[in-house]
Design a binder for this molecule. Sequence first.
Ligand code: NDP
Length: 335
Amino acid sequence: MTNLRWGLVGASTIAAQHMIDAFRANDGEVVAVMSTNADRAAKFAHEHRIARATTSLDDLAQSNDVDAVYISTTNELHRDQVFAAAKAGKHVLCEKPLALTLGDARAMVAECHARGVILGTNHHLRNAATHRAMRDAIHAGRIGKPLFARVFHAVYLPTHLQSWRIEKPEAGGGVVMDITVHDADTLRFVLDDEPLAVSAMTSHGGMSRAGLEDGVMGVPRFSNGLLAQFHDAFTTRYAATGFEVHGELGSLIGRDCMTQAPKGDVLLRSAAGEEGLKISHENLYARSVRLFGDAIAGRGAPSASGEDGVKSLSVAVATLEAARSGAETAIDLKV
Ligand code: NDP
């Protein structure tokens, strides 16, 4: 379906900075925004040229002029909001993590399936040209059997986002639910394999409230024997991001690619020398929205489906458990 008419649940930063533009770039229309605060809803609607503002989820979900709902509220709210949208027969693009528990995330997938609506999880990094080029190179056998992967995703949480992510466990705060869940999804996508177990340790670097981690290092083990490594943080002002896969015949070195912007590059190193992969950058969020619209029209699946949202959440849940228990923890991939 083209020209989707969108209803936004959440007057959020991600909607303002990326998603409204992505909807419009796909000839979509943003017809309404819902916020729990009437003034914020009205201000957001005015600033972003959205015709209608409401504080009622049901009003937004049940509107006849809404085809699809985009949910970008804090994480503990996603479940009930997806249920409300699906019940009203609306397709749903939901932010990550899908939910705080695997039970809730699985219920969201089942509900959307039962209602016959598409559920997508907005794991934007699958849409990065860098990650797609690495996946293609692995499929083409250019590094032989992949043995190791490394994800460098330690960043500095911008001041304007230093709120629920570092203060509210009940809202799904913490770096694991925020960033590790993206690493998990990107590893699953690039490697085209599933992780079976993970070991991890978390840290508190002085930004997050006691009880919430703001740094983590972890090692997931994939079904083909590959070991991956991830490093995520809110506290590193000067670190660079990257994604590497090392195989028997070559290494893929992605730089500056764990980001929201369409940028970064990938170097292939092998016996033949060094070669920069050809990368055709495209706005990550616009591509996510395009594939979501295609899925509604019966052409393929969203770039990250609801099932992907569950599986990537399962890595985050197991990572937290591994850090808590100090033991390698099985990843429950059931959807
Ligand atoms: P924000 O903190 O910007 O917004 C979350 C909620 O906080 C909003 O729904 C809003 O509630 C409330 N809020 C916003 N501004 C204010 C304010 N000034 N005062 C009080 N409350 C306010 O969150 P993000 O946009 O950073 O994240 C939203 C969701 O998107 C999360 O699930 C996050 O994990 C995900 N995300 C995904 C990204 C991706 O690349 N896929 C990137 C960033 C975030 P209300 O709706 O009631 O107004």
